[in-house]
Ligand binder design. Structure first.
Ligand code: GDP
Length: 297
């Protein structure tokens, strides 16, 4: 993950760290490179600009401590700023799934990895937090997707709500809530239907489901390889449904880490998890330090 950003930046900082003193011109040249690297890594232009501006202000004003070279100093400032941007304001804390049965709404476009992520997360909550989880698919347009969740549930040992043909999404959500309440589940996860593109019908359905379930967490699953599109999808969903966090999938892919940076900067929503493969264990919590470290190489 993040190789593209990392290689480019470490090249720039290599050059810097080899120089004895750091002139204003050096800072400017280095930051121009940083900007290009960010853009190449699919960070959106306004975010890249703001990032560089902020680093530039801090680098120019800062006194170079004796223990580090000026190059290392800039590296540190860039690193800290990356972490600050990736982490955003305030610590989002643990997922809010304490009051059983807590509803978690999983939203996103078709093909983003929503069903896979629902199962991965259910497995994680079961194994690591000892939660009793119930999963339900609301994708009535795609019976295969409903079956897929049931198959994954069997595979990972997590219950799924039995499928009843002819029910609509709201009816399924109500039944899931009932089953979760009377069945003593801690969490019920609603895998909502996706579409290829955002449309009004999709949003209306997700809103209706949200009103029934009143989820404490609404996680948007987006394909991390789609860069700016992922950010646009997040902005749309947040405006229409209100999201509490983001899961970036396919971060095992070609490594453009930019989506993470612009996602956090533009939506202001925490990135909770990253998907790192198709297997049920390929889900990690999002760690700003680790990601920033990888970005800088
Ligand atoms: P949905 O339509 O949003 O529910 O998407 P699915 O969960 O069916 O996922 C679509 C495809 O993406 C499946 O083949 C998944 O195995 C795959 N997938 C999901 N998450 C990841 C990920 O983090 N990395 C990789 N490489 N593939 C993933």
């Amino acid at each position: 993950m993040f190789e593209t950003l990392s290689e480019r930046l470490s090249g720039v900082f290599d050059k810097l760290t080899r120089q004895g003193a750091l002139t204003a011109e050096d800072v400017e040249t280095a930051l121009r490179e940083v900007r290009v690297a960010l853009l190449e890594a699919d960070v959106s232009l306004p975010v890249a600009r703001a990032f560089v501006k902020s680093v530039s202000a801090k680098a120019t004003g800062s006194a170079v401590t004796k223990s580090v070279t000026p190059g290392q100093q800039v590296v540190k400032i860039v690193h800290d700023e990356l972490i600050r941007t990736l982490r955003g304001e305030g610590d989002p804390g643990a997922l809010k799934i304490d009051n059983p049965p807590a509803a978690m709404l999983m939203v996103g476009l078709q093909g983003s990895g929503k069903t896979t992520t629902t199962a991965k997360l259910a497995k994680r909550l079961t194994e690591r937090q000892g939660k009793r989880v119930l999963m339900a698919s609301l994708d009535t347009n795609r019976p295969a997707a409903m079956e897929q969740l049931a198959i994954l549930g069997t595979q990972i040992g997590v219950d799924t709500l039995p499928i009843i043909k002819g029910e609509n999404a709201v009816q399924i959500a109500k039944r899931a809530k009932q089953q979760a309440t009377f069945g003593g589940y801690d969490v019920y996860m609603l895998d909502t239907a996706g579409r290829l593109h955002i449309d009004e019908a999709l949003m209306a359905e997700v809103q209706a489901v949200r009103d029934v379930a009143q989820p404490r967490e609404t996680l948007l699953v987006v394909d991390g390889l789609t860069g700016q599109d992922a950010v646009n999808v997040a902005t749309e969903f947040d405006g229409k449904v209100g999201i509490t966090g983001v899961v970036l999938t396919r971060m095992d892919g070609d490594g453009r880490g930019g989506a993470a940076l612009s996602m956090r900067a533009i939506t202001g929503k925490p990135i909770r998890f990253v998907g790192l493969g198709e297997k049920m264990d390929a889900l990690e919590t999002f760690e700003a330090e680790r990601v920033a470290g990888r970005i800088l190489g």
